[in-house]
Design a protein around this ligand. Structure first.
Ligand code: CAA
Length: 377
């Protein structure tokens, strides 16, 4: 087994860390305070070919392997988990099209989106369908050469400003398995951007409600066939979950480094607190858990690159990395004590940002179900 990144991946990691130090770290606190979407940063990532990471080169994407994409997102999350979430959003939204779309549909949308800095959102979750994907109640009714879409989606990443929505809707109201996926242009009549969520963390990421009222789309915008939607959503989430793991690892690394440097500088009882075993054990556990999570996340991405089954490892990596990030960031706040609880230091932000990792792209309870099903089947 080779645990070393190849030269290209090492170069990417170094370049993205430098980008993060220069472009993200200085503004992360401000973006969080103002709950502001990082348009400028995303534009710069676009210019560097570091966005739309899942899109193959032939369709205008950077064509990077999954492990490289994971490393890019991890390094962005070192600066801000909200920015990393924003940067990863197009991949999540466009993956159903990449996986299941006709050549014609891919050519219609992917190059234009990638070459023109457009935004796309993945519209699966609804007020009554989060963990239970089969409970989606948005409908797509076929009439002639069109589908008419009606329904409400919530917690949609980049929803407020997306140019395109990948919408999951039932093509047969009475059949829970009849979920289908559609490309929907945001400026069509009947597409309404609803309320923007005010969130605890990842505040540099936009989260909004989207309402579809009698939205007419050409029938060619169906991705794959009617009924492909459930499988496409599951396969997309399999791809995206190690990305959440990568964000968790990146932000935990930032919290860890802040805790180490504080422990070395903070003097109590006449010496830096790092001399106390109580602090040393916390730091040692942090380092151990971050390493373990990183290996799991890289392994899931590597399995995908090798075209081997990776659904189980995807769930395991997201589950472990997100729980790890919650523990590590909480302990970072503890090591910094009163300073850790103050907004003057970043660790309180890391702790707030970490919480969503256990919730989005499948709650950790759902991940335990997915893993248990695979063990017991
Ligand atoms: N790949 C391919 N096919 C899959 C699959 C996978 N990973 N998982 C399931 N399937 C198939 C099954 O084989 C089954 O096929 P058949 O009907 O042919 O037998 C079908 O899909 C249904 O599977 P289940 O019976 O297991 O389905 P279920 O209704 O019991 O649900 C679940 C399974 C794992 C709980 C699933 O609903 C799930 O993953 N839920 C969580 C959803 C989620 O992650 N939501 C977050 C939304 S996205 C988000 O957070 C966006 C954001 O912007 C951050």
């Amino acid at each position: 087994m080779i645990f070393e990144l190849n030269d290209e991946q090492k170069a990417i990691k170094k370049m993205v860390r430098e980008f993060t130090e220069k472009e993200i770290v200085p503004v992360a606190r401000d973006l969080d305070d103002k709950e502001e979407y990082p348009f400028e940063i995303i534009k710069k990532l676009d210019e560097l070919g570091l966005s739309n990471l899942a899109v193959p080169e032939e369709y205008g994407g950077p064509g990077v392997d999954s492990l490289s994409a994971t490393i890019i997102i991890e390094e962005l999350a070192f600066g801000c988990a909200g920015v990393a979430t924003s940067a990863a959003c197009n991949s999540l939204a466009l993956y159903p099209l990449i996986l299941g779309g006709s050549q014609k549909l891919k050519e219609k949308y992917l190059p234009f989106i990638c070459n023109n800095g457009k935004f796309a959102s993945f519209c699966l979750t609804e007020p009554n369908a989060g963990s239970d994907v089969g409970a989606v109640s948005t409908t797509a009714e076929k009439k002639g050469n069109e589908y008419i879409i009606n329904g409400n989606k919530c917690f949609i990443t980049s929803g407020s400003h997306a140019d395109y929505y990948t919408v999951f809707a039932k093509t047969n109201k009475n059949d829970p398995k009849s979920l289908s996926a559609f490309m929907v242009e945001a400026d069509l009549p009947g597409v309404v951007r609803g309320k923007k969520e005010i969130k605890m963390g990842i505040r540099a990421s936009d989260t909004a409600e989207i309402i579809f009222e009698e939205v007419k789309i050409p029938s060619e915008n169906l991705i794959g066939k009617e009924g492909d939607g459930f499988r496409l959503s599951m396969q997309t989430l399999d791809m995206a979950r190690p990305t959440v793991g990568a964000i968790a690892v990146g932000l935990a690394q930032a919290a860890f480094e802040a805790a180490v440097s504080h422990a070395k500088e903070r003097v109590q009882f006449g010496r830096p607190i790092a001399y106390n075993q109580g602090i040393q054990f916390i730091l040692a556990d942090m380092a151990t858990e971050i390493e373990a999570a990183r290996l799991l996340v890289y392994q899931a991405s590597w399995l995908k690159d090798q075209k081997k089954p990776f659904s189980r490892q995807s769930a395991i990596s997201k589950l472990y990395a997100s729980d790890m990030a919650m523990r590590v960031t909480t302990n970072a706040v503890q090591v910094l004590g009163g300073y850790g609880y103050s907004r003057e230091y970043m660790v309180e932000k890391y702790m707030r940002d970490a919480k969503i990792m256990q919730i989005y792209e499948g709650t950790n309870e759902i991940h335990r179900i997915v893993i248990a099903n695979q063990i017991l089947k």
